[in-house]
Structures are given as structure tokens and as C-alpha cells.
Write a protein that binds this ligand. Structure first.
Ligand code: ADP
Ligand code: ZN
Length: 214
């Protein structure tokens, strides 16, 4: 089953995706996480991606679709995946529908997480990310451990370069211009479940499970 978690930056996609992927027993494919892994490892793709990510812009479609194609070619993805942060543009969406359609597959569900802009800013500017495992924390609602390190692996946590207020504004502009238009295209083709993303992590998770009748 191929499922898509949609929503603006800071809507909680990454947080909710882990639980949802586990429940659906499919891998969680987050293009942002894959780019950041390349960035940490200093690969050529990581260097290219960084120049866009640091400015709040989308990594070019061809590069991103190539990355997703190779991830979908891995054995664990054969039965489906949960997409998080992909597609992020209408060309990426058409590429994905074509890629899946070529082998008789398709998207089963879209979960659209809805949050207001004020909350997006508070969530993203307070977000801290582990330099080693990529786990995320929030200075107020889910802080790192007492020495300021990752609760999962103990490594230092930092603010992502693209989580500063100035870059967040650019990411929201990119979302409105390039990503949001995907929703109309999706609505014509796939069941789209709108879910209120405001509230505790647990309550949003329950809403998502309910929307998908899980
Ligand atoms: P968030 O969901 O908080 O915006 P992500 O980790 O999903 O964060 O994405 C961070 C950045 O990675 C984006 O601003 C963009 O530069 C890049 N990126 C992630 N996914 C894509 C994609 N599908 N297409 C192009 N760029 C992407
Ligand atoms: Zn960690």
C-alpha cells in the first residue's frame, strides 16, 4: 500500500509518519531525511541538496525523483511505502503517479495534515535535531535530555539551518507556490483525508488512525 502524508513544513509529518508507517507495516520514506543523511555523510548529492535546503528552496525535481526511484527499487519497498515530504511539486507528483502506474500500482490514501501558520512557526523555530540519528525535539514541548543531548542516542542536538525564522518564511513560500497545488491534483485521483494537526502528538495520531480506519 502506497500512502502519502501531506502538509506544510512543521505540520508534524515526520513525527506522525513513524507511528503510521509502523502501524501499516510499510517503510517510511522521507526525502528530507534522505537528503540530510547524504549531507552528514558529505556525498556529492548531499552537497548539491544543501545549497537548496539552506535557502528553503526545493531540491530540483530530477534529482529528487531519481533518489525516490532508487529507494523504491529496494526490496522492502515492494509492498508499499509511506511518503513523507514527497511529492513536493506537481512535476514530482506526475512522475510518481507514472512510476507507480507503470507497474499497475497507485496511491491508496493521502493524509493531509492541517495546521495554522502561527503554530508552524512556533514548531519549526523551536525544533532541535540530533546531529547523529536525526531524531527531533522541541525546546518547549519535547525537550532534549537534561544535558541538551538526544534522548535516543545521546549525541548533540542542533537547530537545522533551515529551521531559522528567515528560512522558514522561504520554505512557506515554496510550499504555497510549488507544493500546495499538488493537493488539487491529488483530490481528483486519490481519497484525501483532511486531519486537524493541532493538538498533542497522541491525539493527532489517533485522528490519523481513525481517518484511515486503523
Ligand atoms: P519539512 O517537512 O519540515 O519542511 P523536510 O525535512 O521534509 O522538512 O525538508 C527539508 C528540505 O529538504 C526542504 O526544504 C527541501 O529543500 C528539501 N526537500 C525535501 N523533500 C524534497 C522534495 N520532495 N523535493 C525537493 N526538495 C525536497
Ligand atoms: Zn540521536
Amino acid at each position: 500500500m502506497f500512502v502519502l502524508l501531506f502538509g506544510p513544513p512543521g505540520s508534524g509529518k515526520g513525527t506522525q509518519a513513524s507511528a503510521l508507517a509502523e502501524r501499516l507495516a510499510i517503510p517510511h520514506v522521507a526525502t528530507g531525511d534522505i537528503f540530510r543523511k547524504h549531507l552528514r555523510e558529505g556525498t556529492a548529492l548531499g552537497k548539491l541538496a544543501r545549497s537548496y535546503m539552506d535557502r528553503g528552496q526545493l531540491v530540483p525535481d530530477l534529482v529528487t525523483c531519481d533518489l525516490v526511484a532508487s529507494r523504491l527499487g529496494e526490496a522492502d519497498a515492494a509492498g508499499g511505502v509511506l511518503f513523507d515530504g514527497f511529492p513536493r511539486s506537481v512535476p514530482q507528483l506526475y512522475w510518481l503517479l507514472g512510476h507507480l502506474g507503470a507497474t499497475g500500482r497507485g496511491l491508496a490514501h493521502v493524509v493531509n495534515l492541517q495546521v495554522n501558520e502561527e503554530l508552524i512557526l512556533a514548531r519549526i523555530t523551536g525544533r532541535r535535531t540530533c546531529t547523529n540519528c536525526g531524531a527531533t525535539f522541541h525546546v518547549d514541548s519535547a525537550p532534549p535530555d537534561s544535558s541538551g543531548n538526544c534522548r535516543r542516542c545521546g549525541s548533540p542536538v542542533v537547530q537545522r539551518k533551515d529551521d531559522t525564522e528567515a528560512v522558514v518564511q522561504d520554505r512557506l513560500v515554496a510550499y504555497a507556490a510549488q507544493t500546495f497545488p499538488c493537493l488539487e491534483q491529488l483530490t481528483e485521483r486519490v481519497p484525501v483525508h483532511n486531519v486537524d494537526g493541532v493538538g498533542s502528538i497522541d491525539s493527532v495520531r489517533e485522528r490519523i488512525f481513525a481517518a484511515l480506519a486503523l
